[in-house]
Design a protein around this ligand. Structure first.
Ligand code: GLU
Length: 440
């Protein structure tokens, strides 16, 4: 998932202390567990699993930034490059006070599966800087971004590693990033390195349709799910956790199909409106106020009440590890489409599966973001700009094809959709290793 507009600060969609996270949540181990299971299911050669069990590179940079009051603050930044067999490392940069190396490793690995599942010529990577983007001024944010990207130096590049927005970053941050990078290469090459980051503003080489891409991709998956079951989306109800880029665009696009958002939540609390929220108004409000707090159109409810609400669809679009055992027991929905990366804990997921609640897993459901990032990168390489219609048509085909491949795999191998998604991705990676083998 990602947050594309400066005005929708995704730091504000994070739920910092979920009850599900009482103990330390080892996100990388969780993702490893899925890798092990999927490897078993498709009998992945052991040596490939060994290679994929750790990232290729883990970069940690401590960099100084001058703050508005003249003091110097040291920031810790990460870039984890998980795998580049299928193409350059690809994945977002997260700004959040809770960023750890373990999380970034997990998220980087997930990018490898996501890109392989979507059949993109890209590998997986992820980065992050540990700080609260809402706790600094806009000028400080610019200096932090420029200094971090400058420090990354040649570790990134349009054909080596291509960052993008994620939680806490947006198109504006990518504009600072690309400008910084362009200024570090010789003037002869400036124009040819535009593709060093994706998710840029349209005015400087971003693509139409990238801002809403993750939400749009989620909706294409939800439509496939609904079609398979003859489930009418017109009149359906949804609850949304996190109202940043992914949550808000998903609610907005689903509202055009007749579905209504009856409850929303973010790190400031939860709101309920049985009549349905106006997603346009709420999105505008969050852009201005950085959270849903104080929005006049809903009744405040507790986190517990939110998770007990009866609705058709739940869109977790905040952070990982939000749906633990308690939440999974309480949820009264038919389906969960994971806008966030890793919102369900493995224990939570098992309960949901036992209760017959469908889960459209993150590496499939939120892959629209990186897919349209790929379209942006291709347009940059070819000096083209595609129409919104062209971007959407391609995305729809790509998402629906991936959805069907995952369903097919999970039926054939009698596994969950999540393991099915990993399995499709791993088969593609295994085919490439099978051909290239190992050097030397
Ligand atoms: N951060 C997004 C994700 O988790 C998008 C990455 C990209 O566009 O490279 O998929």
């Amino acid at each position: 998932m990602d947050n594309q507009q400066m005005a929708i600060p995704s730091g504000s969609v994070s739920l910092s202390t979920p009850p599900a996270a009482q103990h330390k949540y080892e996100f990388f181990k969780v993702v490893q567990g899925y890798l092990d299971e999927a490897a078993r299911v498709i009998e992945l050669p052991e040596y490939i699993k060994t290679i994929l069990s750790q990232p290729k590179n883990e970069i940690i940079i401590n960099f100084p930034v001058k703050m508005d009051d003249g003091s110097v603050r040291l920031f810790k930044g990460y870039r984890v490059q998980h795998n580049n067999l299928l193409g350059p490392y690809k994945g977002g940069i997260r700004y959040h006070e809770g960023v750890t190396l373990d999380d970034v490793k997990a998220l980087a690995a997930m990018m490898t599966w996501k890109c392989a599942l979507m059949n993109l010529p890209l590998g997986g990577g992820k980065g992050g800087v540990k700080f609260d983007p809402n706790g600094v001024s806009r000028q400080e944010l610019q200096r932090i971004t420029r200094r971090f990207f400058h420090s990354l130096g040649n570790n990134i590049g349009p054909d080596t590693d291509i960052p993008a927005p994620d939680v806490g970053t947006d198109a504006k941050a990518m504009a600072w990033a690309v400008d910084t990078y362009m200024n570090t290469v010789g003037s002869l090459f400036r124009q040819s390195v535009k593709g060093v980051v994706t998710g840029k503003p349209v005015a400087i080489g971003g693509t139409l349709g990238r801002e809403k891409a993750t939400g749009q991709g989620l909706v294409y998956c939800i439509q496939e799910w609904a079609e398979e079951r003859d489930f009418p989306l017109g009149g359906a109800t949804l609850i949304v956790q996190g109202f940043g880029n992914v949550g808000s665009f998903t609610a907005l696009i689903l509202s055009k199909l007749g579905a209504s958002t009856v409850a929303v939540g973010d790190h400031t609390g939860y709101l309920y409106n049985p009549e349905g929220f106006n997603p346009h108004k709420l999105q505008d409000y969050v852009k201005k106020n950085r959270s849903i707090a104080g929005y006049p159109g809903g009744k405040p409810i507790s986190r517990e009440e939110f998770f007990k609400l009866k609705a058709d669809i739940f869109i977790p679009a905040a952070l990982e590890n939000q749906i633990g055992v308690e939440e999974a027991k309480n949820l009264q929905v038919k389906m969960i489409a994971e806008g966030a990366n890793g919102p369900c804990s493995p224990e939570g997921e098992q309960i949901l599966i036992d209760r017959g609640i469908d889960i459209l897993p993150d590496v499939l459901a939120n892959a629209g973001g990186v897919t349209v990032s790929y379209y942006e990168w291709v347009q940059n390489k070819r000096s083209e700009s595609w129409s919104l219609e062209e971007v959407d048509t391609r995305l729809e085909k790509a998402m629906k094809r991936a959805y069907r491949e995952v369903v097919e795999m999970s039926r054939q191998r009698k596994c969950s959709m999540r393991i099915g998604a990993y399995a499709v991705a791993l088969q593609r990676i295994a085919a490439a290793y099978g051909e290239r083998e190992i050097f030397p």
